[in-house]
Design a protein around this ligand. Structure first.
Ligand code: PEP
Ligand code: MN
Length: 338
């Protein structure tokens, strides 16, 4: 249930809504806007409670039910776009943010070179996996803690915020010490214990779309983070599994305008994992921006031929620099910058 307070409702009036909810054994989350406060009333039995229980309270403008399974991620709860700010980088504003780097952190040389390349080309966040959720247990699993330390060094030397994946709840506190943004991978989108643990940490997080999950399931998973008070959530479309096998996954461009309609959360796109091949990445990156994505997450390797993971879909330094130039007119055509 969503309780919209009147403009200039007093704190006392807001408190009385919160207290009424608590007295009915319900949880609340507040969206304090510049001119209005919206109170989300949450619980498994809100359907049994009359909207009048809140509508009669002073300072209440309107009460409505959200019929969708996700509540806090919905535009009903927060009509204005959320902006996630990391070290001066705003994700969800007019400027399109590019995050780039290798799939996995492999060595100091590889990571520092990648960081230098992506920064020079105009990217503003460095990606690199230290813990890799690999489909096969025999594949390279990442450098783990040593990889996090290399990320910290790259961050310090290159002055770039970093995003790196966390694959299990007990690693959240460790990875949070190093990462400016935690990444929840596609395989973990519905790992609710992980989402709850991250939500409690209130750390900025990128929630990738599970490759067999609908947009509704994705936004409902985002509610696990938001319910714990983590309001720095970024969604990342990375392709879904379809019958098509000429690409690694099918990039669901449709999800971008759908998300823009139904959620306030910023949306970025990972063209690399969708494509599975470097030659398709530029076209998909351009399509994502044209469709309204707030940012991109792109795999770039100083020498893709030598990459331990995902070399085929990684851009070379020169291909990445060229793509960054080509993205500018696309962003400008829709009134954004990059
Ligand atoms: C990655 O970003 O390296 C990754 C493993 O992505 P996904 O979870 O989307 O497969
Ligand atoms: Mn990868």
């Amino acid at each position: 249930m969503i309780v919209e307070m009147r403009t200039r409702a007093t704190q006392k009036e807001i408190d009385s809504v919160v207290n009424r909810a608590r007295s009915l054994d319900l949880d609340v989350q507040l969206n304090v806007g510049t001119d209005k406060t919206v109170v989300a009333i949450l619980g498994s039995n809100t359907g049994q409670i009359s909207t009048d229980a809140f509508a009669v309270l002073p300072g209440v403008e309107s009460v409505s039910r959200i019929m969708k399974p996700y509540k806090l991620a919905s535009r009903e709860f927060k009509p204005k776009d959320s902006i996630v700010s990391i070290d001066g980088v705003d994700i969800g504003g007019k400027h399109v943010v590019v995050m780039a780097g290798p799939c996995a952190v492999e060595s100091e040389k590889q990571l520092l070179e990648a960081a230098r390349i992506i920064k020079k080309a105009g990217a503003s966040v460095l990606r690199g996996g230290a813990f890799k959720p690999r489909t096969s247990p025999f594949s390279f699993q990442g450098l783990e803690k040593a990889g996090l330390e290399l990320l910290a060094r790259a961050k310090q030397q290159m002055r770039l915020p970093i995003v790196t994946e966390v694959v299990e709840p007990r690693a959240v506190s460790l990875v949070s010490k190093y990462a400016d943004i935690l990444q929840v991978g596609a395989r973990n989108m519905q790992n609710y214990a992980l989402l709850t643990k991250i939500g409690k940490s209130r750390h900025p997080v990128i929630l990738k779309r599970g490759f067999s999950c609908t947009v509704t399931e994705w936004l409902t998973a985002a509610d696990y983070l938001l319910a714990e008070g983590d309001n720095q959530v970024i969604l990342c479309e990375r392709g879904i599994r379809t019958f098509e096998d000429s690409t690694r996954f099918s990039l669901d461009i449709c999800s971008i305008p759908v998300l823009k309609r139904f959620t306030h959360l910023p949306v970025i796109v990972d063209p690399s994992h969708a494509a599975g091949h470097y030659s398709y990445v530029p076209a998909l990156a351009k399509a994502a921006i044209a469709a309204g994505a707030d940012g991109l997450l792109i795999e770039v390797h100083p020498n893709p031929k030598e990459a331990l993971v995902d070399g085929l879909q990684s851009l070379t330094p020169s291909d990445f620099a060229r793509l960054m130039k080509e993205l500018k007119p696309v962003a400008e055509a829709i009134g954004r910058s990059i």
